[in-house]
Design a binder for this molecule. Structure first.
Ligand SMILES: [Zn+2]
Length: 329
């Protein structure tokens, strides 16, 4: 694996390769972009290229440094991520990073640390990291990965070189899925659901229940006005467990109402769920544009609540009762 394995991020790769070549590697980077877009992969391949003993601006995959990276035991590289059962990067994790990063590299000339989900650092952790970003050891590079940069302290952002990873085109994602041996009709649906993220598309493709659960959710939404409370409880219970398994419930829900909105405005070409076109058209005819916008806002708000650890099942129940109402404000 080398930079070639980072899909669709040629601009970012070019910038990083240029900096490695000119020996102008920054002390801090911020890679931003949605989940599954390739932030971790880019950080890892960057570190691998910096450490590689054979090649200058990419990795050979054969030298001792490359092999250590592949076996996840390179002593000058570390990934910090949210620990199991925690909901943010803690101050203790940053304290440990600061202690370790002060020591000179063991094998390379650089030390590279990746902080995943940097937009989910605790306040104390962020403030503590800021001091290191202000005066980093000369050999250290810290790469922050973030989906939502608005959650980062502006003072942190200003100390990082920011690279925004871009969403892939539908056709690029479809091509990737076809290369993985996924049938054309499924690849079509998955690529539309992935919102430009190859990682999301592949994760959905690997979920055995993806198509069955999608059908269950969309069949329910088709007839939502006829559903009683027991049926809503049953579905939200199922969605709660799907969410725990990282199933893209909210992407599917927002795609459904976005499709209705597109039909309402006669943008038929941008409809994602073309296999439900007839049902979507029927619903579009019954709803006002305002109503659709309110429902989309509700979905976004519920996703936000749940990401902030508000109880998922209850939030989903409230959401579906509101989605069932004609005007769900
Ligand atoms: Zn190498």
């Amino acid at each position: 694996m080398s930079f070639d394995s980072v899909l669709g991020q040629e601009d970012a790769v070019e910038i990083l390769q240029d900096e490695i070549e000119k020996e102008r590697i920054s002390h801090a980077y911020l890679f931003s972009g949605q989940s599954g877009i390739g932030k971790s992969k880019l950080g890892y391949e960057f570190a691998k290229a910096v450490f590689c003993q054979e090649l200058k601006i990419d990795s050979c995959g054969k030298c001792i440094s490359c092999r250590k990276m592949e076996h996840q035991n390179h002593p000058d590289f570390k990934i910090i991520s949210i620990l199991e059962n925690k909901n943010n990067i803690s101050i203790d994790q940053i304290r440990e990073l600061k202690k370790e990063i002060a020591y000179k590299p063991y094998e390379s000339e650089k030390k590279i640390y990746i902080i995943e989900s940097a937009d989910q650092m605790s306040k104390e952790a962020a403030n503590s990291l800021l001091k290191t970003l202000e005066e980093p050891p000369s050999f250290a590079t810290i790469i922050l990965l973030a989906e939502d940069t608005s959650r980062l302290l502006p003072t942190i952002i200003s100390r990082c070189q920011q690279l925004k990873l871009k969403n892939l085109a539908l056709s690029e994602i479809k091509k990737l899925l076809l290369e993985k041996g996924i049938a054309a009709d499924k690849a079509e649906i998955l690529s539309r659901t992935a919102h430009g993220s190859p990682g999301k598309a592949l994760a959905a493709a690997e979920k055995e229940n993806f198509f069955a659960s999608r059908k269950e959710i969309y069949d329910f939404l088709t007839e939502i006005e006829k559903k009683n409370s027991i049926e809503i409880f049953k579905l939200t219970k199922k969605l709660t467990s799907l969410l725990k398994a990282d199933f893209p419930c909210f992407d599917l829900l927002s795609d459904w109402y976005r499709d209705i909105m597109m039909i309402k405005q006669d943008y038929l070409a941008t409809v994602k769920n073309k296999d439900y076109l007839k049902e979507l058209k029927r619903l579009a005819a019954k709803m006002t544009l305002n109503e659709i916008i309110n429902k989309l806002a509700l979905i976004a708000r519920t996703e936000e609540y749940i990401s902030r650890n508000v109880r998922a099942k209850l939030s989903l129940q409230v959401l579906f009762f509101k989605l069932r109402q004609p005007d769900s404000k």
